[in-house]
Design a protein around this ligand. Structure first.
Ligand code: AGP
Length: 595
């Protein structure tokens, strides 16, 4: 996995490529490299991050080039495995994001034909295959080579003495940025925002042929038109704006994200019931929600909300597991949630759903993403660019869409609906209250940062909150954290409790409250320190727990909103306390574009 960038124009390519790569480093990077075409292809790469590479790389003169940040899948992070990769003669350079599934067979065949390989990567077969098929036209050679390939790719190819870059995309996103005196290619928009806000999204199987002043897109050998899009976010939105980390900035943006996403759909007053023709057409007998990671947790919360308001059964599945069992999907409305719109497991699940005739609504944050292209209908969240690997504000925006959907189709009586609508409108200020209480959370983070194992527990709608709290903590602070249904602790995990294992209890003032108090007493009896997240005014919790984070009172249905914000801050400050690289945790990528 990784990111690819390319530039062709009238400026020196090296600083532009390094700048573009630095903008995508948050997606995961254990090594990186660039190739620039001057008289010949000059290349520099190493198992370092972009900033270090920029310090030590020699000046590579030339106005076109390609670059890559890598997060190892085939072969360890090393100089030789870093991209770009070259053919035998050093005349073709390739950067690639994705996986070439049949690379072993291709490599064996190419070796038998006299090609020499130096790396352990799957990507290295590409320059050799293109070399094999090259007869004078680079794009045709790329097309021919890709016919042999099984797998996914966002790829950019550069050939000595040809003033063009060739880009190819399948199951992995790739955009072309339209500049004034030069053009750009990148696997994600933030890479090129310093230079242009005009982009074309390549579609499945597209080949882009890019020169300094022209962009041609081909598919199956024929030229095709692709729409130009204007990116509505600013460079500033993709920058830290004075915050130490993107994660903290993104946590703090949540009141605005709630307003923006609800404003988009509720049009100030009422939920826009008429917008979802797909949902009405399906006739909802049951609902299936699919997602991965944090988006999966949003779906789990959505289940509680939809089941209460729509009175239809909701199944929530982990997208990466969806392919492994027989499905009964008749009469099911499928909702797929993905921040990036590029998660390979989720895309595969969408294709499977479509394959059995299911209509799919995608909830995504990225306009033009693969999910939006494959689904029948897309609902965009309005979170703006999320840079930190840990999803925060995108999760919040997903919750808002789910609340809006459930309220739009609600079978609840009008009093309940009116009260929920009022509660929804108050959420930005309730979240702000949590953000204003950072000092208490910082104190809890100092306490938590000393431990290596933590349980998060909750019941009912607070159970997925516990899962999300644990995911946020583990990915940012590297503390082993498990989210558990509180009632399940006694069925096994009790064996792990004790003074070294704190338990964080998410306590909602609903029908789970008394049971949670009992859970906390049981945990304390086994020696674990307890930190509780509880509503303001809850004195009973103050007497039981060792530490309490107080959150504002909201309808139980909205309690995940305030609780998750508190847990995001807890994860952030704990990670900071432990000196972790918060925005780009080890071994993780922002978009998981491989299955
Ligand atoms: C959460 O903080 C993650 N980094 C990760 O779990 C993420 O939510 C997951 O990979 C799904 O991504 P998506 O929403 O872009 O599909």
């Amino acid at each position: 996995m990784g990111s690819v960038v390319g530039y062709i124009g009238d400026k020196q390519a090296q600083p532009i490529l390094l700048n573009c790569l630095a903008k995508l480093e948050y997606r995961g990077c254990d090594s990186c490299g660039i190739a620039v075409l001057g008289g010949s292809i000059e290349l520099y790469k190493d198992a370092v991050r972009v900033k270090e590479l920029a310090k030590v790389a020699p000046q590579l003169g030339g106005t076109m080039g390609i670059g890559h940040t890598r997060l190892a899948t085939h072969g360890e992070p090393s100089q030789v495995n870093a991209h770009p990769h070259l053919d035998c003669h050093g005349t073709i350079a390739v950067v690639h994001n994705g996986i070439i599934n049949n690379f072993r067979e291709l490599k064996r065949q190419l070796i038998s034909e006299g090609h020499n390989f130096v790396s352990e990567t799957d990507t290295e077969v590409m320059p050799h295959l293109i070399e094999k098929y090259y007869t004078g036209n680079l794009e045709e050679a790329v097309e021919a080579a890709l016919r042999d390939v099984e797998g996914s790719y966002a790829m950019i190819v550069l050939r000595a003495s040809e003033p063009k870059l060739v880009a190819a995309s399948k199951d992995s996103p790739l955009i072309i940025g339209i500049g004034d005196r030069g053009n750009f290619i990148a696997s994600d928009v933030p890479a090129i925002l310093d230079y242009t806000d005009r982009v074309i999204y390549l579609e499945e199987g597209d080949i882009g042929v890019v020169t300094p002043d022209s962009i041609k897109i081909r598919k199956d050998g024929m030229e095709v038109d692709r729409e130009e899009h204007k990116i509505l976010w600013s460079v500033e939105e993709a920058q830290k704006a004075g915050y130490e980390h993107f994660m903290l900035k993104e946590i703090h943006e949540q009141p605005k994200v709630i307003r923006d996403t609800l404003g988009e759909y509720t049009r100030v007053a009422e939920p826009a019931v008429d917008d979802l023709a797909v949902m009405r057409a399906v006739g909802i007998e049951s609902m299936l929600m699919l997602a991965c990671g944090t988006s999966y947790h949003a779906a789990l919360i959505g289940k509680y909300v939809v089941e209460e308001l729509l009175r239809v059964p909701v199944r929530v599945e982990i997208a990466s597991e969806f392919s492994y069992y027989v499905q009964t999907l008749a009469g099911t409305a499928a909702i797929v949630i993905t921040q990036s719109g590029e998660t390979a497991d989720t895309l595969r699940a969408i294709r499977r759903l479509k394959g059995v005739g299911c209509r799919v609504v995608a909830i995504t944050n990225v306009v033009g993403s693969a999910a939006s292209r494959v689904a029948d209908q897309t609902i965009y969240t309005r979170a703006g660019p999320e840079i930190s690997v840990a999803a925060t504000k995108s999760f919040m925006a997903q919750l808002m869409v789910l609340y809006w959907l459930a309220m739009s189709y609600s079978k609840a009586d009008s009093r309940r609906l009116a009260s929920l609508l009022m509660g929804l409108r108050q959420l930005p200020s309730k979240v702000q209250q949590v953000l204003d209480d950072e000092d208490k959370i910082l104190e809890c983070a100092k306490f938590l940062s000393r431990y290596e194992d933590v349980f998060f527990i909750g019941r009912g709608i607070s159970f997925p909150v516990a899962l999300e709290g644990a995911l946020k903590l583990k990915e940012t602070s590297y503390i082993h954290a498990e989210g558990y249904a509180a009632g399940e602790l006694k069925h096994g995990p009790f064996a792990l409790l004790g003074g070294d294992t704190p338990v964080i209890a998410i306590v909602a003032r609903d029908n789970t409250y008394e049971a949670m108090l009992t859970d906390i007493k049981e945990v304390k009896a086994r020696g674990s320190p307890v930190m509780a997240l509880a509503e303001e005014g809850d004195e009973a919790i103050g007497e039981l727990a060792d530490l309490v984070i107080t959150v504002p009172r909201v309808d139980t249905m909205f309690s995940p909103v305030v609780n998750v914000v508190a847990l995001q801050l807890l994860a952030y400050y704990t990670a900071k306390q432990r000196g972790c690289p918060i925005d780009s945790p080890r071994n993780l990528a922002k978009s998981v574009t491989v299955e």
